[in-house]
Write a protein that binds this ligand. Structure first.
Ligand code: C2E
Ligand code: MG
Length: 312
């Protein structure tokens, strides 16, 4: 016997005079799509903003394959620093889409996720990193480990880990130079899949970072459930430390103590000022990244930084 729960979703469009019936039907379908994606709104009326958003989404999705082949997707590198010795210890790869204008990740990632296309972007970014690492090696530039971001939706793609390993082998890149920033996942159905994914890539030698720790529902037990080597605390956490609230400091200190015992490196993200940096260092956090240290850099800028190894 199985329990089946059924939810009703409704999309509605008015049919103003002059609007062809089929257009009204398309509008109602668009409203229905929004209601299906929403947790609260079971009944959604079509509005112009819904039409605009869907139009933008369609535009992104249809032009994405061409963007990949035309090299419109750029990979920028944001350096990560050892805050004590002031040296670069790695970088986070962040994508940008250069079309008529420069698109930021929040303008395309969710559309690619909802269409099941996000793994194509993330594998493209990985391949670009491998090519860049190899070119730095060939130029004799001492390179550093590079991390890339993945989405929860990537885990629905069965060949994700085997494609990752194939790319590293193809470019002969040492897996120790690659780290995957994995987000907190929500879907309970994906947990087993997540475990297999993490096991396969870590067995191969790739490191795993838990990204934006604490933004959602992660419990501290997550830290011992997976072999994370790095924990990234969020911009908000860094900002919270500047408030007078004592509990924020207590929490961060405790977290640093736990991660030290577990041999997990903590990186503070979003360091935007000297004040941020000083606070973070006082609490004993040794690693960080943020606009105050470096913004995400174009490949050539990052390459120059690596070659000269400037300290902050
Ligand atoms: P994230 O992984 O948390 O990456 C850090 C974000 O914070 C980046 O935003 C970075 O530019 C920004 N940032 C860095 N320093 C500071 C700072 O001091 N202050 C503030 N306020 N922000 C700072 P970005 O590049 O817009 O990326 C946003 C998110 O999009 C990333 O968050 C990541 O989750 C996702 N993302 C970016 N590129 C990719 C990608 O190729 N694939 C996937 N799946 N996700 C990506
Ligand atoms: Mg990240």
């Amino acid at each position: 016997m199985h329990n089946v729960s059924i939810k009703t979703r409704i999309g509605i469009s008015s049919i103003p005079q002059g609007l062809p019936f089929l257009a009204a039907l398309t509008n109602a379908s668009s409203a229905l799509k929004v209601s299906k994606e929403s947790l609260q709104n079971e009944i959604v009326w079509f509005e112009k903003e819904i039409g605009d958003k869907l139009f933008q989404s369609k535009k992104i999705i249809t032009s994405f394959p061409k963007a990949l082949s035309n090299e419109e997707i750029l990979v920028l590198y944001q350096p990560k620093y050892d805050l004590i010795s002031n040296t670069i210890i790695g970088a986070e790869a962040l994508s940008r889409w250069q079309s008529d204008t420069l698109l930021m990740p929040q303008e395309y990632i969710s559309h690619l996720e909802s269409e099941g296309l996000i793994h194509n972007l993330d594998l493209f970014v990985l391949e670009r990193i491998c090519i860049d690492i190899k070119s730095w090696e060939q130029k004799g530039i001492p390179t550093v480990p590079v991390s890339f971001n993945i989405s929860e939706m990537d885990l629905y793609y069965d060949y994700f880990e085997s494609d990752i390993i194939k790319i590293l082998k193809k470019h002969n890149v040492n897996p120790n130079f690659i780290e995957i920033e994995i987000p907190e996942t929500h879907d309970p159905k994906i947990q087993t899949r997540k475990k297999t994914f993490i096991k396969t890539v870590t067995d191969f030698g790739i490191k795993i970072a838990l990204d934006n720790f604490g933004t959602n529902t992660t419990s501290l037990s997550t830290l011992s459930a997976y072999p994370f080597t790095t924990l990234k605390i969020t911009n908000e956490d860094v900002n919270n430390l500047l408030t007078k609230k004592k509990t924020n400091k207590i929490f961060t200190k405790a977290l640093l103590a736990i991660t030290k015992e577990l041999n997990i490196q903590v990186i503070a993200q979003g360091i935007e000022s000297k004040e941020h940096l000083d606070k973070i260092k006082t609490l004993g956090c040794k690693f960080g990244q943020g606009f105050y240290l470096n913004e995400p850099l174009y490949k050539i800028e990052f390459e120059n930084l690596l070659a000269t190894r400037k300290t902050i």
